[in-house]
Design a protein around this ligand. Structure first.
Ligand SMILES: CC(C)(COP(=O)(O)OP(=O)(O)OC[C@H]1O[C@@H](n2cnc3c(N)ncnc32)[C@H](O)[C@@H]1OP(=O)(O)O)[C@@H](O)C(=O)NCCC(=O)NCCS
Length: 381
C-alpha cells in the first residue's frame, strides 16, 4: 500500500544487492553466496574485500596485486597525523576522531571529484580502507603518549594494524583472530551505517562523504557499541568478585537486559558469534588466561538453561568480540572504530553497487503538522 507508514523502514525493500544475505531464522550469513564460516576460516580480509568489491574471489595472482596496491596506500601524511594528535589532545572520542580524519583524507586524494565512475569509487575506497587503520592506530598511540608507528607494507591488513597499535609484530594466533574479526564484520545487509553511506552515495557525492556518514551512523549506541557494553559488564563482574551467573540473575531480576544477547534479525545464535567463541578459546589457551572465556561460557549456559536462547534471544557477535579484542590488548573504546575499520569494506561495496544503477534515495514523511497557520510578522508576535 503506497501510503503505509513503515517506522524505521523495517522490512522495506529499497534495493537489490548481490553483496550479503542474512537468514536470521537459521543463523546464516553469506557474502556473494559464500558462507561466512568458510570465508572467515579460509580467506583473508583482503580476499573478502576483493570479493565484495570485484564480484568474485581472487586468483592468487589477483590477490597478490590487490594486497600490494592496498598496502601501498597506508601512509597518511604528516598533516593528518598532526590533526589526529590535535584531536587526541582535545580528548576527542575515537569514533569522532575517525570521522574527522576520514573526511580530511579526501583533500589528499589524487582522483578528481569529476571522476564519478565506479572505478574511481573503488580506487578512493581502497585508499580509505588502507588509511583508516593508520589513523586509528596513530590516534590510540598519541593519546597514550606514544609516537605513531609507520605502517609496514610487508604485513597483512590485520597484522599491520596490530603492529601499528602495539609497536610489535603480532603472533600468528592474534593476527589470524583479528583478520577473522575483520571478515566477520565486513558486511551485513542494509544496516543503518551501510544505508547511510548508500543514501549519500545516491546523490553521487564522493565516497569519502559516504564513508564519513557511515562512521557517524555507526557511532550511535543503537548500532556499534554493544561489544563495549559486554566488555564493561565482564569488567564489572570481575571488579565485584561476583559469580557471573549471580550477576546475570540480579540483572534480570531488576528487569535489565544482558548485553550481547538478542538481535533484531537473528533468532538463533549469530554465526559470527560461534566463530569468535572458538577464537576466544584459542586465545585463552595460548595465553593461559581463561577468565573471559569462563565468564561468557557460564553466562551463555545459564541463559540457555533459562530458556532465553530457545525464545530467540541468543548470543550475538558482540557477546564474543569484546573479549576477543580485550585478549588482543585492544582498549574498550576502540572496539567501535575497529568495527568501522572492517565495515568500511561493505560501505564501499554497497555504494559502488548502488551507483551502477543509481536512483536518488528520497522517501517522504507523512505530514502531521498544522495546516493553514496564519503568518504573523516578527514585530507583532
Ligand atoms: C538487539 C535487541 C535490541 C533486539 O531487540 P528486539 O528484536 O527489538 O527484541 P525486543 O526488544 O522486542 O525484545 C523481545 C523480548 O526479549 C527480551 N530481551 C531481548 N533482548 C534481551 C536481552 N539481551 N536480555 C534479556 N532479555 C532480552 C525483551 O525483554 C523482550 O521480552 P518481553 O517480550 O518479555 O518484554 C535486543 O535483543 C537487545 O537490547 N539486546 C542487548 C543489546 C545488544 O546486545 N545489542 C547488540 C545487537 S547486535
Amino acid at each position: 500500500m503506497a501510503d503505509e507508514l513503515k517506522r524505521g523502514l523495517e522490512g522495506v525493500l529499497v534495493a537489490e544487492s548481490d553483496l550479503s544475505y542474512v537468514d536470521g531464522e537459521v543463523g546464516k550469513l553469506v557474502y556473494r553466496g559464500y558462507d561466512i564460516e568458510d570465508l572467515a576460516r579460509g580467506a583473508s580480509y583482503e580476499e573478502v574485500l576483493y570479493l565484495l568489491w570485484h564480484g568474485s574471489l581472487p586468483t592468487a595472482a589477483e590477490l597478490d596485486s590487490f594486497a600490494v596496491d592496498l598496502a601501498a596506500e597506508r601512509d597518511v601524511g604528516d598533516d593528518v597525523i598532526e590533526t589526529v594528535r590535535a584531536l587526541a589532545d582535545a580528548g576527542e572520542r575515537p569514533m569522532a576522531a575517525l570521522r574527522t580524519a576520514t573526511s580530511m583524507l579526501s583533500a589528499y586524494d589524487p582522483d578528481e571529484e569529476s571522476d564519478d565512475d565506479g572505478e574511481a569509487t573503488l580506487r578512493q575506497g581502497r585508499r580509505i580502507t588502507a588509511k583508516i587503520p593508520t589513523v586509528l592506530a596513530a590516534f590510540e598511540r598519541v593519546r597514550q603518549g606514544e609516537a605513531p608507528v609507520a605502517p609496514d607494507p610487508e604485513l597483512s591488513h590485520a597484522g599491520n594494524f596490530l603492529y601499528m597499535l602495539t609497536g610489535t609484530e603480532p603472533d600468528a594466533v592474534s593476527e589470524e583472530t583479528f583478520d577473522m574479526a575483520l571478515t566477520l564484520h565486513a558486511d551485513h545487509g542494509l544496516n543503518a551505517s551501510t544505508f547511510t553511506a548508500m543514501v549519500i552515495g545516491s546523490t553521487m557525492a564522493d565516497v569519502y562523504s559516504g564513508v564519513t556518514g557511515g562512521i557517524g551512523a555507526l557511532s550511535g549506541p543503537l548500532h556499534g557499541g554493544a561489544n563495549q557494553d559486554v566488555m564493561e559488564v565482564l569488567h564489572e563482574i570481575d571488579a565485584s568478585s561476583k559469580d557471573p551467573v549471580q550477576w546475570v540473575k540480579d540483572k534480570r531480576d531488576d528487569g535489565g537486559r544482558i548485553p550481547g544477547f538478542g538481535h533484531r534479525v537473528y533468532k538463533v545464535k549469530d554465526p559470527r558469534a560461534k566463530i569468535l567463541e572458538e577464537k576466544l578459546r584459542d586465545l585463552s589457551e595460548s595465553s593461559g588466561d581463561t577468565k573471559w572465556l569462563d565468564y561468557t561460557t557460564a553466562i551463555e549456559e545459564y541463559l540457555t538453561d533459562q530458556g532465553l536462547v530457545e525464545k530467540g534471544i541468543a548470543p550475538n557477535v558482540d557477546f564474543y568480540s569484546g573479549s576477543v579484542y580485550d585478549s588482543l590488548g585492544i582498549p574498550v573504546d576502540m572496539y567501535t572504530p575497529i568495527f568501522a575499520m572492517s565495515r568500511v569494506g561493505g560501505w564501499i561495496a554497497h555504494v559502488a553497487e548502488y551507483q551502477e544503477d543509481n536512483r536518488l534515495i528520497r522517501p517522504r514523511a507523512r505530514y502531521t503538522g498544522p495546516e493553514d497557520s496564519e503568518f504573523v510578522p516578527l514585530d507583532e508576535r
